[in-house]
Design a protein around this ligand. Structure first.
Ligand code: NAD
Ligand code: GLY
Length: 358
């Protein structure tokens, strides 16, 4: 098992990365939490594979209950949070109770948000089961729900007490979801860690075949990079925005396709655009673009979209980083080093979109 520590102003906490749940109970013991009750929150897909195992392990030491909601982003709204609160009250959860988020990013974001607000905040633990959640959403404390069609509009920064990752869970995840997580993983290579990018290229077959040792290395490196960024800028006042590499173009494509493409797939397309943009700024090369395309294609990720250039451009004004009508792009100074480009260089932005869109 690998362990690393996240340090933030609000809380320091460990991330355990293993290929089984054998050490989960021991992680609870080490955390110092003395839960009056544990409430596992999961969704209808994850329930089938992992709820019974986890619940029976934890029940040997703790009083445990569980709540299952319908899987999918469509459940990510305040109505579901209200259902959680009703369940918490029925089960008499108190300030010493602990919420356990067992699932992907949807479960983690919602369970974390409910924990952050129930009785003004009770402890919670992340047990992520998708690659996206293991390399990104379970770390760093962003929690929340969608509101009136706006992604993650209501939420809170609320850090978990620990994160427990079991790479073996990726074996039951549909490959398309795995690949979406790989796009987010590769992102860290481009923005902060060129050696990690080299590792992903050299070990791409092992990663694709879900070799546990390769997965644990990938997850560890991503969590390490994310922990570093979050420790410097927990509330996204500056540096943390680099985690949105590929997202400014990607979110636009995601919205225009009515969320039929997975988030990670749109990030893949968005990263190609961001690299093209960085090339137009004189920082990266045509070869860098060819390399990312080859890597994404190996993982069966898209590198182009079917949308029209102007619609992609117009949708970018809804990005959270856009202010006073100026689009900000996370661009690269070089491979492994990102920066926020506020130059609002419309010509270069459009050239990058022309490269990925019709
Ligand atoms: P998800 O939680 O919807 O999971 C994807 C699908 O996989 C679901 O159908 C789920 O039921 C299923 N699943 C989960 N684990 C499984 C497993 N091991 N085996 C089989 N099926 C499994 O989606 P996601 O991609 O994990 O997360 C996306 C969400 O994360 C979005 O809502 C996004 O806004 C959020 N997010 C949050 C942050 C953050 O920092 N908090 C960062 C990125 C994304
Ligand atoms: N996923 C981006 C962030 O956590 O800031």
């Amino acid at each position: 098992m690998k362990v690393l520590e996240v340090k933030t102003a609000l809380k320091d906490y460990p991330i355990y990365i293993d290929h089984s749940y054998d050490e989960l109970v021991s992680a609870f013991e080490k955390s110092g939490l003395k839960p009056s009750k544990l409430c596992i929150i999961t969704d209808t897909n994850v329930e089938k594979y992992y709820l019974e195992t986890i619940e029976s392990m934890l029940s040997e030491k703790y009083d445990v209950c569980h709540y299952v909601f319908e899987a999918g982003e469509n459940s990510k709204h305040l109505g579901t949070i209200s259902d959680f609160y009703n369940f918490f009250v029925e089960e008499k959860l108190d300030r010493k109770s602990v919420v356990v988020a067992l699932g992907g990013g949807v479960v983690g974001d919602m369970a974390g948000f409910a924990a952050s607000t129930y009785m003004r905040g009770i402890s919670f633990v992340q047990v992520p089961t998708t690659l996206l959640a293991q390399v990104d959403s379970s770390v760093g404390g962003k929690t929340g729900v969608d509101f009136n069609g706006n992604k993650n509009m209501i939420g809170a920064f609320y850090q978990p007490d620990f994160v427990f990752i079991n790479s073996e869970t990726l074996k039951t995840l549909p490959y398309r979801e795995v690949a979406a997580g790989i796009a987010e993983a590769i992102k860290y290579g481009y923005i902060i860690d060129n050696d990690f990018l080299e590792y992903c290229i050299e070990n791409k077959e092992r990663i694709k075949s879900l070799d546990n040792n390769a997965l644990i290395e990938v997850i560890y490196k991503c969590c390490e990079a994310k922990a570093y960024v979050v420790s410097k800028d927990e509330k996204e006042l500056g540096l943390r925005a680099i985690l949105n590499f590929g997202h400014t173009f990607g979110h636009s494509v995601e919205t225009l396709n009515n969320f039929k493409l997975l988030h990670g797939e749109c990030v893949a397309i968005g990263m190609v655009a961001a690299l093209y943009y960085s090339m137009e700024c004189g920082n990266t090369t045509k070869e860098d673009i060819e390399n990312i395309e080859k890597l994404l294609e190996f993982f069966e990720l898209p590198t182009r979209c079917d949308n029209n250039v102007d619609e992609v451009y117009n949708q970018m004004f809804y990005d959270k980083k856009t202010s006073s009508g100026k689009i900000k792009i996370v661009a690269l100074k070089k491979i492994g080093e990102a920066f926020i480009d506020s130059s609002n260089d419309v010509a270069n932005i459009k050239k990058a979109i022309e490269y990925i869109a019709k």
